[in-house]
Design a protein around this ligand. Structure first.
Ligand code: ADP
Ligand code: MG
Length: 350
């Protein structure tokens, strides 16, 4: 009985927060400006409050389109495509923005000892997870492509504003970090327009500016990796933060009863099977959170926890295939376990 009442309260809260704006809207005077776009392979939702909101939302949509065209490898043209086309041949002059994202990608490749690898492109392409015809590549093919997956052979030269992939056939893939960068750019644009309160969700990469207009913190749901969409394992309470999730449930295909998902382990060539089914990272910078959510998903609970604990101001939630939930020490006060499926267990000690 108690549970039912609690569940009801949670659902009502979520509808209030994530589905129809804030119950505090009326108190704050103005409804948000809302916008939904399909870009960067995902649905992007903005919810922006205050006087500058309409202009800010428009500018953010245009900026996201610009980032997509620079960084995608799924459409022709663009800076990263030029970098990839010149692999093994020459350095390519790139914008400061793209160089910055590549640099951060290399930094997280180093920090995670290659669990995150910005040159994962040939493997991603071989699996075809983003195409209509995904396939399970031969072991020999994977072994050959794993040799091309080596972030140490991506050289960035700030002095010449250029970057180079040193081995022919190498492909830089910013799929694990570009949406994070886009979230940071969005927040910068909101600020520029004087916005004090905003929410943007780029397919599981949530970034919030300030507090909700009613003055309370944002409450962000953590998706149940095995439940229907918008069923949550818990809620984190945040302001001015990014909450970025990765998991094996976001994009996958099944063949002969096996689930193959889109986050690959550069050390095996296969989808990561570290024992985790979901990771969420809470950080000030959305690009950091994005790289880390992918990296920790590959690293697994123990190594992922160690990496996150080595970084200032970064918190995490890990969900294991045993359906146990672990959170970092600093998050304990801000995480509320709300699983309604009854299948998950919140492990307080970690
Ligand atoms: P999503 O894009 O679904 O939110 P992620 O942020 O975890 O999830 O990024 C997954 C994407 O990152 C993949 O689609 C692929 O383009 C790329 N990727 C896959 N494995 C790795 C890896 N080990 N290191 C870096 N990027 C990866
Ligand atoms: Mg990521």
């Amino acid at each position: 009985m108690r549970r039912t009442i609690f569940g009801f309260v949670v659902i009502v809260l979520f509808q209030a927060i994530l589905l129809s704006g804030c119950t505090g809207d009326a108190a704050a005077g103005q409804p948000p400006v809302e916008e939904e776009d399909f870009m960067m392979g995902t649905v992007i939702t903005q919810k922006v409050y205050g006087a500058g909101a309409a202009d800010a939302v428009k500018e953010v949509s245009a900026k996201l389109k610009d980032i997509e065209s620079r960084m995608t490898i799924n459409q022709p043209g663009g800076e990263v495509n030029r970098l990839n086309a010149a692999a093994g041949k020459e350095a390519v002059v790139l914008s400061g923005e793209t160089l910055g994202v590549l640099e951060t990608a290399v930094r997280y490749s180093e920090l995670s000892s290659g669990a995150f690898d910005v040159t994962i492109g040939p493997l991603v392409k071989a699996w075809g997870v983003f195409t209509d015809q995904p396939r399970v590549p031969e072991k020999g093919e994977l072994e050959r492509l794993m040799k091309l997956t080596d972030y140490r052979r991506l050289k960035i030269d700030r002095g010449h504003s250029s970057a180079q992939l040193e081995i022919e056939g190498q492909i830089a893939d910013l799929g694990g970090i570009a949406k994070g960068h886009a979230g940071d750019e969005a927040i910068a644009i909101y600020r520029k327009h004087g916005v004090k309160s905003a929410y943007i969700n780029l397919g599981g990469n949530v970034v919030v500016l300030g507090k909700k207009p009613d003055g309370t913190p944002w409450r962000i749901g953590i998706q149940n990796p095995r439940g229907p969409s918008q069923s949550y394992l818990g809620i984190v309470t945040v302001e001015d933060k990014a909450v970025v999730s990765s998991g094996d449930y976001e994009r996958y295909f099944e063949k002969d009863g096996v689930r193959y998902h889109h986050i690959l382990d550069p050390k095996t060539g296969y989808p990561a099977s570290s024992g985790l089914i979901g990771t969420s990272i809470i950080a000030d910078v959305s690009m950091d959170a994005d790289a880390l959510s992918t990296a920790t998903f590959v690293l697994g609970l123990e190594k992922g926890m160690k990496l996150v604990n080595s970084l200032q101001g970064v918190e995490a939630i890990f969900v294991t295939e045993e359906k146990e939930i672990y959170v970092t020490e600093g998050l304990k006060g801000n995480f509320k376990f709300t699983d309604q499926s009854g299948e998950f267990r919140y492990v307080e000690k970690s």
